[in-house]
Design a binder for this molecule. Sequence first.
Ligand SMILES: Cc1ncc(COP(=O)(O)O)c(C=O)c1O
Length: 383
Amino acid sequence: MRRVYLDHAATTPMDPAVAEVYIRHATGVFGNASSLHQWGAAARNALEEAREQVAALIGAHPREIIFTSGGTESDNMAIRGTAYQLRERGRHIITSAIEHHAVLHTCQDLEREGFAVTYLPVDREGFVDPGDVKKAIRPDTILITIMMANNEVGTIEPAGEIAALARAAGIIFHTDAVQAVGKIPVDVERLGVDLLSISAHKLHGPKGVGALYIRQGVHIAPILFGGEHERRLRPGTQNVPGAAAFAAASSMAARRLAEDARVQASLRDRLLDGIVSAIPDTAVTGRRYDRLPNHASVLIAGVDGSALLAGLDMAGIAASAGSACTAGAVEPSHVLAAMGLLREGDFAALRLTLGRSTTVEDIDYVLDVLPGLVDRLRRQSRP
Ligand SMILES: Cc1ncc(COP(=O)(O)O)c(C=O)c1O
């Protein structure tokens, strides 16, 4: 049976060349980057070289990159670190209702600690209105955190415009760019962001590695305590093989960005057009064209999400119902709810996300399987 992996927003396979860098460092450059002997020096050099390559992907200075364990930790560090650093100045944070749980749950926890959080609404395509951001700013606002691209519906938020508003008001701006980096151009100078989260496993790098960009001159409080690693902001022996592989994946992403985006956007369009024209009662979620190039998401009426995913899985197709983090339970999505798209009755929110190895044959296989599967499930669910 054909096997088609279309869940790259959940995670990507490590590129073989990246895996080779990982293994080479795990076995050959195993020293502790803090050690004073030559093994330590080799690890330190590899780490600093990795920092340069990751920085280059987003137009940052290497000093502005802190290695973390991934997107979740970067989001936690950015938000909680800013809140604690600036709590004497103010205790109000602005975010959106469609953020990843790494952002939303951190904000909710800060509310329990006495911070106030405004969760901005989005429109039916999942866009935050910069006008709403402006209106929500208060004298005690210390942080605005709005994602760069949404994981469930592929919407690309106006992060640069919001960053400019934040800067004009003297407020720190963080963006969760986990789904954006490696898919669309991300340049911290052009965007004017203060803090930006990245995760290696979304761009064909290893799992459990990420970075937080912290603009030079921006100070955040540490949320972990220990040694002096990563400018005392992220103590703990650094993951040198992880960082080196992340760097290799970053360089590859930078090199291939335009071509990958062009190829994947054309396959995505073939997929979305094929689904919408072959299956009645379907609707694209998010914006039809101006969205992440690798991201397709649709609502399919009259079928149950888990049954659809199971049917696709049986046919060898990996897809997702919204976010992988809650997909185990296929809970109603907070993103679709905020977009006003949760309806009565059964419907599946299907997310198909493409990667570098996706082919036109993969897409056509999905287009062969999906209409029949939906039809069967619809007939089964009718009384
Ligand atoms: C938008 C977004 N932010 C954060 C994360 C968490 O990243 P990680 O898995 O590296 O912790 C994800 C992962 O799905 C994501 O899609």
